[in-house]
Design a protein around this ligand. Structure first.
Ligand SMILES: [Zn+2]
Length: 91
């Protein structure tokens, strides 16, 4: 699937990409972390090779991002661990 040639918007309504693209991507969140030294992004990605997956991007200032691909189950496990750790951190 690609962009609708008449509108430049993707045919998938949830996709944030415009123009020609092979990976459909929803930018779920992007935030600066740890005293604004890290930029962290969480995206949902769909391509032609398999089921949708979660993409975690991490970059320090002025560096290329590290991209970690996670299955839905892996992302859920990490999300639960982050929630548990953050809950303990504020006790
Ligand atoms: Zn798309």
């Amino acid at each position: 699937m690609s962009a609708d040639p008449l509108s430049d918007e993707c045919v998938l309504k949830w996709c944030n990409e415009a123009g020609d693209h092979v990976e459909h991507r929803l930018y779920v969140t992007s935030l600066f972390a740890w005293r604004s030294t890290w930029l962290i992004g969480v995206n949902l990605v769909q391509d032609d090779t398999g089921p949708p997956y979660v993409e975690l991007t991490v970059s320090a200032r002025f560096t290329a991002p590290t991209i970690v691909k996670l299955s839905a189950a892996e992302a859920e496990a990490i999300g639960k661990a982050l929630l548990e750790a953050s809950t303990r951190a504020v006790r």
